[in-house]
Ligand binder design. Structure first.
Ligand SMILES: Nc1ncnc2c1ncn2[C@@H]1O[C@H](COP(=O)(O)OP(=O)(O)OP(=O)(O)O)[C@@H](O)[C@H]1O
Length: 722
């Protein structure tokens, strides 16, 4: 029963296993052991425990052999792996007849032991427990590090869909994952807000009649400055998309008597939701500014007192959205600031970039109280864009969420130099200390809050931060709302209690391309009067997005990906395109992103690998994205210098939300099975935006064992494309 594996730098490695293991167990262990061979600097086997992964999905001898061959160390020095075919491989056939070279040298073998139910791994008396790698344990230990948000900045990686990572789960759980993808269980389909008959507005549930919807951007209802900016951005003949028509009708034309509004804007990816909410927010802020022109400016001790807030799940999206808002404001002057310009970690000797940069930008002066005061000559910020965590830091001061009570403030000492030293020391200990930077953001003026990608920001991992911020705004505006903890929201008893509507004292706009049932349940309970404006193609792929399925040809999946990239470029060269297409590749795990990018580099293709831990991130700008998306002049690009200029970006779900890659990204590759259809819609939706043609290429096993999953995906994707 014992499956043994020895390894050493300079000698042959061998694999032995018991005769009577079941097929799945055998191959699982076999491939796991091969994975060990790939770990560099691992003669002791200690690192094995963190690197093993569960591969029982690949129950195929041909695949195992190919994998083994691809893993074989190339140089003689690092030894070889001996592969036995499944039929002939028995304990007696073990290459070294139990006499591993490692054993000969007096070193103990690493033993991988498949646990029988109820059997403790410590039953193996020959081997110290510290050297037993438990396959079952490894499955549990892996986490999916696809991270979505400012949590990255605090180095707390949280998965977007934490319960559904496939790579490290058994077949059974993986299949369950697909069961969870049943269309009936995943999305909430809101009723159409548009009625087709002109008189049905009052009779049916429809909010507006189709005939009433604006079919062009005109002034009125828009301020003339916005109309000309839109023409400049989108072309002279541009027409509003369905979600933009709906939002203009509902948020610009309807009267204000109803009080604060709560509206959900839901439409497919690339349908122009950003403009759909930016126009009403910016226009309302501008009108409020014009109306209050003669009134004295709000007195506040904080430098920023915006009227509008836009919240997004990632720094990248925040930066892009603030750029978007600025382009709409070429003629209609309002001040937009992105909180994520300065998401640089606080390191020694580095000043808090937020306060220093922004203070000089707005000519703030530090008053005698030590708090910032806005100088009379400064322009107040009108709209602030950022992640909820970053915005909360600006409101409460950096360090507000650290664990308090470790040491009292009095321990810091009177001496200023001592205080500084202690603060620096404490900053190095995450979660400890009481020191906070000064609050910079006042919330009393906030009248508009947009929660972009609402299904992420209200999902269980993020909603506490989002709701805390919304509660802070309410409090600052003098109408506090109760803040229910996330745990009590989740508790089963909470479902039986009477719903308590949350009435925020500001306009709340939520947007998303997907409404999971969980979000709908939350909204029904806490925001029963929320108006749902949904486009007709919600929960569908954009019409201009083609789907293509590519079958893995053998063991080397990376080679298949490379082949497909080269084919696209060959088509580009043969066709009329002046430049080579840029390709965006989505993987489920950061490790795979790095490996694939390294493989492409070996093959002479430069790529940008973007994960939550990437070096490129956290520099306070979107240079990494902008550089990748920059289109070079056609004549330069035809040379197709893919060695020096990245034409491929490899990433995880990190970049799947909200980012606009129009029109550069024509191809999106999905190389790992999507975690669920929500994830798929967002990844695929990075292409085929705003009526542009695009293609999503889905890789998978199309024939034989394991192909049923791809068939299932095909069925569901087909339904989304309809
Ligand atoms: N009316 C319009 N006509 C043409 N293009 C438009 C129009 N409105 C927006 N666009 C363009 O469509 C692209 C996608 O817009 P946007 O990023 O707002 O989509 P989205 O619906 O927010 O997508 P996602 O769900 O992925 O966040 C942008 O490049 C934008 O300039």
């Amino acid at each position: 029963m014992v499956f043994e594996f020895w390894m050493s730098k300079n000698v042959k490695s061998s694999v032995r296993l018991g005769k009577d293991r079941t097929t799945s167990c055998y191959q699982e262990l076999f491939i796991s052991s091969l994975m060990l061979c790939r770990i560099p600097k691992n003669p002791t086997g200690k690192a094995c425990r963190t690197e093993l992964f569960h591969t029982s999905t690949y129950l195929n001898a041909k695949f195992a052999t190919t994998l083994a061959q691809s893993l074989s160390p190339k140089s003689k020095k690092s030894g070889t792996i001996e592969v036995a075919s499944r039929a002939s491989f028995t304990r007696d056939d073990a290459p070294h007849k139990g006499m591993s070279p490692v054993v000969q040298r007096g070193r103990r073998p690493v033993v991988l032991r498949a646990r029988e139910s109820g059997q403790s791994p410590r039953n193996n008396k020959d081997v110290p427990s510290s050297r037993i790698a438990r396959v079952g344990d490894e499955r549990r230990r892996h986490t999916a590090p696809n991270v979505h948000s400012e949590a990255i900045q605090g180095s707390t990686a949280r998965p977007l869909f934490p319960s559904t990572s496939r790579d490290h789960r058994s077949d059974a759980r993986s299949n369950k994952n697909y069961e969870e993808m049943q269309d009936s269980g995943e999305f909430y389909h809101p009723p159409s807000p548009i009625s087709t008959s002109s008189s049905s507005k009052g009779k049916s549930k429809a909010l507006v009649s189709e005939r009433e919807l604006p079919t062009s951007f005109t002034s009125p209802p828009l301020l003339p400055g916005f109309v000309s900016s839109l023409k400049e951005m989108l072309g002279p003949d541009t027409k509003p998309t369905p979600i933009q028509s709906l939002s203009m009708k509902w948020l610009l034309e309807s009267d204000d008597a109803a009080g604060w509004r709560q509206v959900l804007l839901a439409a497919e990816t690339g349908s122009g939701k950003s403009i759909a909410y930016l126009l009403p927010v910016l226009q309302n802020i501008k009108l409020a500014e014009l109306l209050s022109k003669d009134q004295p400016p709000t007195s506040s001790t904080r430098p920023y007192n915006p009227r509008g807030l836009i919240l997004a799940p990632t720094h990248e999206l925040s930066r892009q959205l603030s750029g978007f808002a600025k382009s709409l404001l070429h003629e209609t002057k309002l001040r937009v600031v992105c909180a994520s310009q300065s998401n640089v970690k606080n390191t020694k000797g580095q000043k808090d970039a937020t306060s220093s940069k922004m203070a000089s930008m707005f000519q703030d002066v530090e008053g005698s109280t030590g708090e910032f005061q806005v100088s009379k000559s400064s322009h107040p910020v009108d709209l602030l864009v950022g992640t909820p965590m970053k915005v909360l830091e600006m409101v409460r001061g950096r360090g507000w969420d650290r664990r308090e009570g470790q040491e009292g403030e009095e321990d810091i000492g009177e001496n200023e130099e001592n205080q500084k030293k202690l603060r620096r020391g404490r900053d190095k200990m995450p979660g400890i200390g009481k020191w906070r930077s000064k609050p910079e953001l006042g919330l009393a003026n906030v009248e508009w809050v947009v929660v972009d990608e609402a299904d992420v920001l209200f999902d269980p991992d993020f909603q506490e931060t989002t709701r805390t911020l919304l509660a802070d705004i309410s409090e600052a505006r003098g109408a506090p709302v109760p803040l229910v903890s996330a745990s009590s929201l989740r508790s089963p008893s909470s479902t039986h209690t009477t719903p308590e509507p949350t009435n925020y004292p500001f306009n709340l706009l939520l947007t998303s391309a997907t409404i999971p049932n969980s979000l709908n349940a939350y909204l029904e309970k806490h925001h029963p009067s929320l108006v749902r404006l949904a486009s007709p193609r919600l929960h569908h792929l954009p019409k201009t997005l083609q789907t293509e399925y590519v079958s893995w040809t053998g063991g080397n999946k990376f080679a298949d990906i490379l082949r497909r990239i080269r084919r696209i470029w060959a088509e580009d060269s043969a066709g009329e395109r002046g430049s080579l297409s840029k390709v965006l590749i989505f993987c489920n795990k950061s490790t795979k992103v790095v490996e694939l990018s390294a493989y492409l580099a070996e093959q002479g293709i430069k790529s940008v690998a973007m994960t939550s831990q990437s070096e490129h991130r956290g520099r306070g700008s979107n240079k990494h994205l902008d550089g990748f998306l920059r289109t070079r002049a056609a004549h330069e690009a035809t040379t197709g210098d893919v060695k020096n200029e990245a034409h491929v970006m490899v990433t995880t779900s990190l970049l799947s939300r909200g980012l606009d890659f129009t029109p550069e990204i024509k191809h999106v590759f999905i190389v790992d099975e999507p975690r669920n259809m929500i994830d798929f819609l967002h990844r695929a939706g990075r292409s085929g935006r705003a009526g542009q043609r695009g293609k999503v290429v889905i890789f998978g096993k199309m024939k034989g064992r394991g192909s049923e999953r791809v068939r299932e995906v095909r069925k569901r994707v087909g339904a989304l494309a309809a």
